[in-house]
Design a protein around this ligand. Structure first.
Ligand code: HEM
Ligand code: HEM
Length: 240
């Protein structure tokens, strides 16, 4: 009886790599929570559907909603400043995916990543942010974040003419054609965050399934998993 030898491929082994330092993870969840509070309270400010029974002087519902919005706005702005500082103070993953528009390699990464997602193919795994993720954080979180901070503090300055907010950001109102226009831009940008969150969470789940590198838990624990090269295999991983 001839014995046939079936080569059982070696199961891939993974290495645990520390990617997201705690300042990034803290930033992430504080920003996520503050954006949910800002959007909800902001939506209520734009559509004051909450009514209270009894005399108006006995209640402060919309005043409380505005208060919640402004507290969350301070938290959002502080987290924004903290992450901007950590871009320089953090490890190299804290700068990963940043859109280096002037580098052809960045554009190549962007296109490859986009095609990989569309084809649902596990292309080059990244430890840090890939080019597409980096671009989305830059446009949505940095870009829209700055719109909200500048228009928001300018709107806040109206309540205290000559106060700090008004002196630092008051110029935004005439620039945008007045307070109503600034409110409209602030409201429009708010919906931009909804688009971001839907895309972000959807792509996070696709990416986690495609690359099997522990992406989702990584923003809680800080660790990602990198596949070890099998004997004779050339590295596909991109460690940035
Ligand atoms: C309001 C909701 C959310 C916002 C605004 C948000 C925002 C962000 C931002 C700004 C980053 C970049 C982190 C940095 O480099 O500083 C990020 C990364 C990440 N987020 Fe979120 N996030 C939200 C919800 C979630 C949820 C619900 C999950 C998980 C289920 C999640 C998982 C991740 C992961 C895994 C990363 C790292 C992705 C990568 O490698 O590029 N996020 N998110
Ligand atoms: C992700 C960030 C933010 C979102 C999604 C957001 C959303 C909104 C929305 C939807 C409104 C209602 C606009 C309307 O009347 O139609 C609003 C109002 C306002 N927001 Fe924000 N906001 C954000 C950040 C900020 C920041 C950083 C500040 C800075 C202080 C701020 C200050 C204000 C002020 C002063 C108003 C006007 C409130 C009033 O009319 O009583 N917001 N926000």
């Amino acid at each position: 009886m001839s014995s046939t030898h079936v080569a059982i491929p070696e199961a891939p082994s993974y290495q645990r790599v520390y990617v997201w330092q705690w300042p990034i993870r803290v930033f992430h969840w504080i920003t996520a929570a503050s954006i949910v509070v800002l959007f909800t309270s902001g939506w209520l400010i734009g559509n004051p559907t909450l009514v209270s029974n009894g005399e108006a002087w006995e209640h402060f519902v919309m005043g409380r909603v505005r208060e919640v919005h402004l507290v969350a706005a301070m938290v959002f702005t502080l987290a924004f400043a903290w992450r901007s500082a950590w871009f320089f103070l953090g490890n190299r993953h804290a700068r990963s995916g940043f859109p280096y528009f002037w580098k052809p390699s960045w554009w190549r990464n962007l296109v490859t990543q986009g095609l990989d997602y569309l084809k649902l193919e596990a292309g080059t795994p990244h430890l840090g942010h890939n080019a597409l993720a980096g671009l989305s954080y830059t446009l949505f979180i940095i870009g829209l974040g700055l719109v909200q901070i500048f228009t928001g503090f300018a709107l806040l300055g109206q309540a205290q003419p000559g106060g700090l907010s008004d002196r630092l950001f008051g110029w935004v109102l005439p620039l945008l054609g007045g307070a109503m226009r600034a409110t409209a831009w602030h409201h429009l940008a708010a919906w931009g965050f909804v688009v971001f969150v839907v895309l972000h969470v959807y792509i996070i789940f696709i990416d986690a399934r495609q690359y099997r590198n522990g992406l989702i838990v990584s923003i809680i624990t800080g660790y990602k998993f990198k596949r070890r090269r099998a004997a004779g295999e050339t590295s596909k991983a991109n460690d940035d």
